[in-house]
Design a protein around this ligand. Sequence first.
Ligand code: TYM
Length: 348
Amino acid sequence: MRVLSGIQPTGNLHLGNYLGAIRNWVKMQDEMPAMAAQAGMANNGKNADSQCFFFLADMHSITVHEGREQRIRNVRDMAAALVASGIDPDRSVLFNQARVPAHAELAWLLNGTARIGWLNRMTQFKDKAGKDREGASVGLFVYPVLQAADILLYQATHVPVGEDQKQHLELSRDIATKFNTDFGADIFTLPAPIIPKESARIMSLRDGTAKMSKSDPSDLSRINLTDEDDAIMTKVKKAKTDPEPLPETAEGLAGRPEANNLVGIYATLSNSTPDTVCAEFAGKGFGAFKPALGELLVETLRPMRQRFLELRTDDAALDAILDKGAAKATAAAEPTLRAAYDAMGLMR
Ligand code: TYM
């Protein structure tokens, strides 16, 4: 059993990243010893030492233009944010892609396997390229091939992500299957996405039909790890809602995307369910619900923010974490990379 996932170091870690993915990373890291024992029978022997791998997708981040200094800062900040969120660099392998050239190497090999038709179907490319497809970078188009390389390089079995990454995971499986078939070798493991039930898709606080995202121009649309207590309360109070009171059960949230989103966030943070939250607040308006949600967010995020602000003052310590992680990742990736070159008849 091997857990792997990544995050782009562009902008702040926000609540969507945290509830959709990072919280699950931490959970899987913490439960890894027990889960690995349970999955012992299913282990195919390719990754004998079960471990969690988490990385900063800085090679993916070149699809967004950024100055040199800012990119360096972003990588260190995201490393600090992950550690502050509970990723322990002694128990998990934490690194950035650029420090492990095997990612770029395998991505190039997989470019021979991935089909243009498959990439043309990627909804994230369509969303990000918008109307100007001809003007989009080649990197944006082949982005999912690098993502497949990230995953397949480590024989990952479980990939904890938010709902928006599901299609990329399916593509990774297609690429792995075709490569294994084309070269008659059982080199890559098929990864399974691990998507949380309640918080797979945290929506914008300004529009319950749009995903919470770091690229939304309105900062009021998202809660950032760096937001102070007051800012969190203000954003929750200003969050778009409807005039109806909260229903008795989660069924009553149908057709109310903003209410559904806020109840979902509350349920996830309190390790509860939307039904239980509705039962607690049934008949009350958002005037009563929002302060409770704001408090819950403030209490959850405050310790993480404080830890983040401490960690980000020590660049040398952050670089040392990433160096150490990269050395472990390079060693773990080498057998698979070597096997892929060899299967293709490319002599290194
Ligand atoms: P990224 O950086 O956009 O997001 C990181 C993680 O956060 C999740 N996420 C959300 N979940 C719920 N609601 C939201 N509003 C929300 N916004 C973001 C994402 O699903 C993701 O899990 N391509 C990836 C990074 C990547 C990767 C990989 C992931 C590169 N290589 C290999 C897994 C495996 C990305 O851009 O995520």
